[in-house]
Ligand binder design. Structure first.
Ligand SMILES: *Cc1c(COP(=O)(O)O)cnc(C)c1O
Length: 380
């Protein structure tokens, strides 16, 4: 059997072990230490805006803390993009709040501003003013942030930006991860850079960062004994993980280029296959890191569908994956209110995420090309 080609696997830069060795030599084998502080500084420098960074154990933890710091509590409603990974929505339930899901628009596959505004107006009428909005940049593609931020501002609802998939993406020149009142990054193993598992909360000021660190380290009051006036969490990033993160930050720009090169490979590969469309930026305002490349297939024109392509790739030991199944279609969220049409559902039914690792070799790409060409030739 040939080697497996993964959808998106970790890709070390080389300096990671040096930082891990330092941690061992200094015995900072703990959820704090120099790597954690330096990794936060690296992220802050990279994002360039007037922000503060708290490194955490996961992107999911960062979303949970964002909701807590913004004061979302039991019984509240939180608006969330339906087309996303469950980790965007689950933390809403951790705080006892209820999600209200919003469909996507066709251009960026992210939250539809019109459906968002309709939802806010309707929830307000019902006397349930939403306490926060969670917007996502799916597969690295920036959402329509100018319109969404304007609506959030106009209705005075805090905006949480789930940029877990979008480190390195920009909208109108501004980096994703800096648009929200609070923003979230993930360094899970499959993301554009990894710390083996980890995340970050991007805060607008030092007070928020202090609050994030306080909550993520068991909410210890300032006393010699263990004194607690609030419920805390064990969400801080380990100094070992942060060492990996420091090494990965050195190659982040390279990783973005490599993912974008994969995207160009797929644009070329599919351009002559009727009924297929590779997910791409609507215009020059958008710069995607193309964390995952994806293709939408119109079976009536292509003669094959996303399931068949998935199986053909699997047959050759190549991993691909259906898009995120929209949250309003998930059994666990079946009672949640939903605003919009069938944009996300339609995309889910007709599209496929393709191998997108920054470590794909030319030989890997040739194998992928051979399968896709064969599927096309077989039917056309
Ligand atoms: C990966 C991901 C998360 C969660 O991040 P973890 O670090 O895995 O907890 C949240 N939202 C989206 C959109 C993601 O892709």
């Amino acid at each position: 059997m040939t080697d497996k080609i993964w959808l998106s696997s970790p890709h070390m830069g080389g300096a990671e072990l040096k930082y891990i060795h330092e941690a061992f030599e200094q015995n900072w084998v703990a959820p704090l230490g120099p790597n954690v502080n330096n990794f936060e500084d690296d992220l802050k420098d990279y994002l360039q805006e007037d922000i503060e960074v708290a490194a955490l154990s996961a992107g999911t933890a960062a979303l949970h803390l964002a909701l807590l710091i913004l004061g979302v509590s039991a019984g509240d409603e939180v608006i969330c993009q339906t087309f996303t990974f469950a980790a965007s929505a689950n933390p809403i339930t951790y705080v006892g709040a209820k999600p209200v899901f919003i469909d996507s628009e066709n251009q960026t596959w992210n939250m539809c501003p019109d459906a968002l505004e309709q939802a806010i107006i309707d929830r307000n009428k019902l006397g349930k003013k939403p306490k926060a909005i969670i917007v996502v940049h799916l597969y690295g593609m920036p959402a329509q942030m100018d319109r969404i931020a304007e609506i959030a501002h106009r209705y005075s609802i805090p905006l949480i930006e789930d940029a877990a998939e979008a480190l390195g993406s920009t909208f109108k020149g501004q980096k994703c991860g800096t648009f929200g009142d609070m923003s979230v990054l993930s360094f899970n193993g499959n993301k554009i850079i990894t710390t083996s598992g980890g995340g970050a909360l991007i805060c607008k000021n030092m007070a928020q960062k202090h609050k994030a660190i306080f909550l993520s380290t068991q909410a210890r009051d300032n006393a010699p004994h263990y004194q607690h006036s609030e419920v805390g969490y064990n969400y801080r990033m380990s100094n070992i993980s942060a060492g990996i993160g420091r090494g990965q930050m050195e190659v982040l720009d390279q990783r973005v280029e490599e993912r974008r090169a994969n995207h160009h490979f797929y644009l070329n590969l599919f351009k002559d296959i009727p009924g297929t469309k590779v997910f791409t930026e609507p215009d020059a305002a958008y710069f995607s890191n193309h964390w995952l490349s994806a293709v939408t297939i119109d079976e009536s024109l292509a003669g094959f569908n996303a399931d068949e392509l998935y199986l053909a790739l699997k047959e050759e030991n190549i991993e691909s994956r259906p898009l995120w199944k929209p949250m309003h279609l998930q059994p666990v969220f079946q009672d949640a209110p939903y605003y919009g049409g069938k944009v996300a559902e339609e995309l889910f039914n007709t599209s496929l995420c393709l191998p997108s690792g920054s470590n794909l070799s030319n030989a890997d790409r040739e194998r992928i090309k051979a399968v896709i060409s064969a599927v096309n030739i077989r039917v056309n």
